[in-house]
Design a binder for this molecule. Sequence first.
Ligand SMILES: [Zn+2]
Ligand SMILES: [Zn+2]
Length: 444
Amino acid sequence: MRIGRAVLTTDFKQPTREHDGNVCGSIFRNWFHYFYSFLDLLSRFSRTRSETRCVSLRSLISQLQHLDIKVGLYRDDGLAVTNQSPQQTEKIKKKMCPIFRDNGLNITIQANQKIVDFLDVTFNLHTGLHKPYKKPNDSITYIHRESNHPPSIIKNLPQSIEKRLTNNSSNEKIFEDAAIPYHEALKKNGHVMALKYAEKKTNTTTKNEKKRKETANEETKETKTTNKRKRRITWFNPPYSKNVSSNIDKNFFDLLNSCFPPNHKLHKIINKNTVKLSYSCTPNIKQIISSHNKRIINESSSSNKASTTKLCYCRDKPSCPLQEKCLEQSLVYQATVSETNTNKIDTYIGITENTFKTRFNQHMSSFRLHHKKSATALSEHVWKLKDNKKDFKISWEIIKKSAAYSTKTKKCNLCLSEKYFILEKKPTLNKRKEILSTCMHTKK
Ligand SMILES: [Zn+2]
Ligand SMILES: [Zn+2]
């Protein structure tokens, strides 16, 4: 709805602001005659990072501007309106296809439509009204009122549904019809609040808010131009559980106060205003069971694989750096450098998402080639030993196998494990700042 509505109201010019939903609708109906709806806007963008996609979609919209239509795109769906005749609408459609194709997008466009379902809204140009849309076979499920969730989430659930349905409905009648299944779903899960259409309330507050914001903006523009800097906030997100009776919130901030009192040199960075607490949700039983099953299945299949496929292709097996396991992937490893004369031992912890062998070869080349000397802290140390003509030996071992970032879990256990072992084992060669480094696996 957000984008759909934003687009549909962009070119309403002044009248829309002063009228309520129904008048808007009739203006809308007189203004525009036909919809286009874009389907299956599938592309190479959908798999790359969202930022690139945003930029690309924005540039796409600008490329479509000369066609005399109003367009909005959201992920792989799009909607456009026009006030042209059916023949012209078809012509515009034919002009649109090559623009999408040039951007590497496959597209299906349906033109000359009066009623269209876009995201979670149905727009109707016959009546000028819009109503919430739900796929016919979608069943609505919500968390139970008694479930183990932070109270704020449970409390705000009916309100957020109410707000969404209100925004998506032109009038109260439409709202009430659409709210029935949501109401039942909420009731089934123990929520007692009745969903109410809150047209006037939201309209006035948003108007007031807008006015307040506008005046505030003007004031700030006039008085403070560059003074205000955005505050950096560090979030602490402990998992929430109803079984915990102690007041985590209070204990945490008490701890913060006692560890970083006002005279502490880090108090400026770590204080009640810069650190906030918000509970996080943990996976539900279904997710826990399925991830457990997946792990076991993966383990058994990988052990089957291991018995059939080799984990080492080294020609000289005894000299394999990882005892014939050099093709293992996604792991935390430790390198131990021991000086033969003095028996001085230094350790280094690293991670790799690829096979260990690939990473090992990179390390080896950084030990050999002078221009790669500062590739890692390990190579710097090795070069130091070489420059001082000291003999040394390096042994390698796997400390842990962990999964790297995946878009499904949104977590990088590999980077997390690396940091954990750097803190726990205190390797002598890793730099302290490595604990603060961000995960580079999210950029895939
Ligand atoms: Zn090997
Ligand atoms: Zn990572």
